[in-house]
Design a protein around this ligand. Sequence first.
Ligand code: PMP
Length: 358
Amino acid sequence: ARLTRPDLDVLPNYVPGRNPADLARELGLPKAIKLASNEVPYGPLPGVVEAVTEAVVSSHRYPDMGVVALRDALADQYGVAADRIATGCGSVALAEHLVRATCLPGDELLYAWRSFEAYPIIAATSGVTSVQVPNDAGHGHDLAAMAAAVTDRTRMILVCNPNNPTGTSVRRAELDRFLDAVPNDVLVVLDEAYREFVTDPEVPDGLAAYGDRANVVVLRTLSKAWGLAGLRIGFLVGQPAVADAVRKVVTPFSTSLAAQAAALAALTQAEEVRRRSALVVAERERVTELVRKLVPDVPASQANFVWLPLGDRAVDFAKACEARGVIVRPFAGDGVRVTIGTPEENDTFLAAAESALA
Ligand code: PMP
């Protein structure tokens, strides 16, 4: 007898980056390089390992479900009230909680496409209708078309800024216009997972620019610039009522003891995060310039990855890179996303890309 929902059969799985140790073994190489999951290559921040080690002494106890100390630290760091903050098991979990907190079955979740691959999965598993608005010719969000796609069933809109996987970003003036056009009973979620890598002053920091807009929520993660991908922690800032609603739908205790301790330690390292992010940004600019010699129409990226719009060649290109020990992320028929690594890793990728496209 069938035990699970038939609609899951056709739903794509979330695809994690391949394990580089497995690939190295397969190829008989001393090591392989993973540039597939938008991680930062510099290891945990100073103090994180010690803080987690100390915290796990209390592993037999539940963590603080109110996440009080961490929410206070986040409030300090970002200059917002703690009652506007909710944390979760990665910002991807918070995106799902926001959908659960705003949408009933049959309601519409609106977002650009292509964007973060988790969005359609979250919509489908929540019984919500995905409305995907195609990106513009430059691979970025078409905010005018997105505003025009709002219906009376639209409950939530995701704006991924910078956008995963294309690296494009929307600017202050267009986002202002968009927010003015969206009805105030629709929640606009600014997914700013890559905010720390933004250098274009025209790209707004959602917290600073839109913190006082009642229907805006800013989603951030500690997985990328803050180096905590493996511990799973993200947070959102919204109106207290929205943060409360999210805390209602959240799986109890899903911000783990280790995650809370790690995040508290990481947040003391803001200066180091800025230093590391600047290294990533410098490499992003270098890689963009060099890879454009091979793939001319690579869009400018404000994130820690670049997008190669290779169309039908995407999967073959990724396979060719893998054969040379470099794991990148293909999106079949569309393009390849390449995370910025260390300078040596990026050089290895560039060499692999050159031979792959030769
Ligand atoms: N939003 C975007 C745009 C992302 O690219 C990612 C990670 N790939 C996430 C959210 C989720 O990150 P996490 O769950 O690790 O916080």
